[in-house]
Structure formats: structure tokens, C-alpha cells
Ligand binder design. Sequence first.
Ligand code: C2E
Ligand code: CA
Ligand code: CA
Ligand code: CA
Length: 278
Amino acid sequence: AKAAGKNCVRSSGEALDRAVDRRARLAGDLPAAIAGGGLSLVFQPVVGVQEHRIVGLEALVRWHHPEFGDVPPDEFIGLAEDDGLVVPLQRWVLRVATTALAPLLAEGHDLRLGVNISIRHLQAGCLATDVARALAESGTAPHRLILEITESVLMGAGDGMENDLDTLRAMGCGVALDDFGKGYSSLARLARLPVRVLKMDRAFVAHIDDDPRAAALVASVVQLGRTLGMDVVAEGVETPGQLAALRRIGCGYLQGFLLGRPVPADRLPLLLAGFRPG
Ligand code: C2E
Ligand code: CA
Ligand code: CA
Ligand code: CA
């Protein structure tokens, strides 16, 4: 037992070493990935129930590391935030995402583009300028862009940050509250936020067709959105049962693997041409 215990300590020590090593390697390689390839974007459709079509695309960043393979965005965005790399990373995302959208708009597709924003970019104070530049360089109208921001960012936003969001909203950009329901919300605060889209976290959707309380909760979020004049997007729709329940409840917008997995930009024309709502 004693030997096993020792082994345990040693192997967890090794696991820790490996984690620290991986982190250091990733942090070391990230600047080059941002500057010169290694990153890519995929786009996941957002479907409008009334519109009966794809109304939006969410840009999701990917990093294929030569040694570690695909690194999850939650992992390397955290690294970028800790290492002061968020601004160049987000500038890259904004530029590449708006550049990918431009030809689709030119072909007559009526689409919004969702881009995930980091709190560090807001705190850096250059979010509005960076967004404006990406829009101008790609010739994209501001109302096409929706900045997806999590609750914790919005709820913790100081005055300076609120000003940057106000600037973006005044430009015509939309703001979506991402992962809604995952964190702590003050309803009073929610009503005052410059938000026009609520993206309901997939934890709500997961049990919508087998737990009546989950369904009731989703229905009340949809009602809340209606009351506040916000569009509600259900995230993480994976099964036909969940889709049917969301339709019954009257949720206006849907996103998830069932409706479409994230795909590279070169697959979007086919996706948009071939989409048939179920
Ligand atoms: P998110 O903004 O909530 O994005 C949705 C995540 O759910 C994506 O994971 C997407 O691939 C995944 N997803 C979509 N449909 C389904 C489904 O039906 N089932 C399940 N299980 N998952 C689904 P991904 O791409 O791994 O991104 C994870 C998170 O990383 C994002 O969560 C977002 O917070 C962050 N992220 C991704 N790209 C960016 C970016 O460019 N900038 C910033 N700051 N954060 C990003
Ligand atoms: Ca998002
Ligand atoms: Ca989300
Ligand atoms: Ca998230």
C-alpha cells in the first residue's frame, strides 16, 4: 500500500510536470501561431425558426499545434489572456472572420457574424477601434457584427468597458450575452445592459426533453427575452427531441450540432445553398 501510495504521488507529480510543460510550450508557441499561421477559424450556423434559414454564423477559433495537435480554444484563449496576447489574437479573429463573411454578403446572403470577445480586450481599451478597423478593411456594415460576451464579463464590466460597448452599439454592432444562465445574473442589471441577443447556455437545453423543470426554465428564459426585447438563441441543440421541445416553447433561434457543426469558410457557400430546415 505504501509503495502504491508512493507511485501515486510520483505519477501525479509527473502529470503535473507534463501539464506545466505543455502550458509553457503552448505559451511559447502561441505568438508565432497568431502572427504566422497555425490558427484557423470555423463557422457554426445559427438558424432562425421563423426565417426558416441560416441567419447567422458564429466564428470559432482553432489552433492546430504541430506537436500537441488540436488545442481547445478554452485552453489557449486562457493562455493568451494570461500572457497579454489577447489583443493580437482577437485582432486576427476579427480580421479573418469579417474577411470570410464579405463574399457571402456580396452574393446576397443575409447573415450576421458572431465573434467571441475576451474581457481582456475590453480592458485593453482598444476593442472599439479594432472592431471598426476590421469592419472598414473588409467593407462590412457594423450591423452585421454581433459581439458575443459572457455574463461574467458584462456583470464585472467597469465604466470604461461599458463606454467601449456603448461606442460599438452606437456604431450599429450588436451585443449578445453568451452562456446566459451559466453564471450569476442580476435581472435588474440585465435589463439595463446594451444586449439584444441572449445565448442560452447548452446546460439548459441538454435536459429540455426529459426534465419538465428544464423545459419550464427554458420557456421562462424565452419569455424573459421577449419581455426585454431580446432575441434568444438556444445553444447546443443536439437531438431531434430537443429541437421539437424548443419549437414548442417558441425559441426563436437555434444553434447546435444537430443544425450544423462548425465548418471552415470554404464550406460555407455549400452549407448556405443546401440548408433545409428539418
Ligand atoms: P462558446 O462561445 O459558448 O461557443 C460554443 C461552443 O460550443 C463551441 O466550442 C462549439 O463548437 C460548441 N458547440 C456548438 N454546438 C454544440 C453542440 O450541439 N453540442 C456541444 N457539446 N457543443 C457544441 P469551441 O469551438 O470549442 O469553443 C469553446 C469556447 O471557446 C467558446 O464557447 C468561446 O467561449 C471560446 N472561443 C472560441 N473561439 C473564440 C474566439 O475567437 N475568441 C474568444 N475570446 N473566445 C473564443
Ligand atoms: Ca459564443
Ligand atoms: Ca455559449
Ligand atoms: Ca463559453
